[in-house]
Design a protein around this ligand. Structure first.
Ligand code: ADP
Ligand code: MG
Length: 209
């Protein structure tokens, strides 16, 4: 048994609540090493996703993720909008028109999302971006799935790893995005996109639990 479209939509709505709760925190993180818009960007995007889902009620998990993707791409500027938009779009394409997302499909979705972020932004682990949260998250999801974990446990493992990966950006010099203009001065700061990626995965995990 896997996740239905309604469950995936509910997870995105739960993520929208979490993003709204952490809007100020993400703004503060981005103020320190960027331009202070990450929390606002993401909050606007996820609020728009909720409105779009309410208006359209897509019938498959892939259609839900595709609507999220197109909404993020059209409503969120900056680096994060296109990056998260591409992640959701690749995830949606991976699911195609299947009616449910089981554990195997979930792992493929997470791999595809990371692949989308990296294809679009060219960041690798250690560049102090959302990739530093997503790479360990995908690895943890693969490991959990291989031991027979269910969707909630796979997402929880991914979220735990993303938290640690995001924390690792504190000690890094940023090599991509606005923070890269700061050089060594970015050391000591948590990357806002890594933090938001970890928050999204935690919201999805909590929604599945
Ligand atoms: P902007 O930097 O345009 O103001 P946001 O503030 O919304 O956009 O998002 C900033 C976040 O985007 C960064 O914290 C980082 O995690 C992520 N980011 C920026 N550039 C890249 C990239 N090339 N690859 C992956 N992530 C990136
Ligand atoms: Mg910014």
């Amino acid at each position: 048994m896997g996740c239905t479209a309604a469950q995936v939509a509910a997870a995105l709505k739960a993520a929208a609540v979490v993003v709204a709760e952490h809007r100020a925190e993400l703004i503060d993180l981005d103020r320190a090493i960027g331009d202070a818009d990450h929390g606002e960007n993401l909050n606007r995007g996820f609020a728009a996703i909720v409105a779009a889902l309410d208006a359209a009620s897509p019938e498959t998990p892939g259609a839900v993720l595709k609507l999220a993707a197109t909404t993020l791409i059209s409503k969120v500027g900056g680096a994060a909008g296109p990056l998260y938009g591409t992640a959701f779009l690749r995830a949606a394409t991976k699911l195609g028109d299947r009616s449910e997302m089981d554990v195997g499909a979930l792992v493929e979705v997470l791999e595809a999302a990371l692949g989308g972020v990296q294809a679009r932004g060219k960041a690798v682990e250690g560049d102090a971006t959302m990739v530093d949260a997503l790479v360990p998250a995908v690895a943890a999801a693969q490991a959990a799935a291989s031991t027979g974990a269910d969707v909630a446990a796979v997402l929880t493992a991914a979220a735990d790893a993303a938290d640690k990966g995001a924390e690792s950006t504190v000690d890094l010099v940023a090599r991509k995005g606005r923070a890269s203009y700061l050089g060594e001065r970015a050391i000591g700061h948590l990357d806002p996109g890594a933090r938001s990626a970890a928050l999204l995965l935690r919201a999805f995990a909590d929604a599945a639990t």
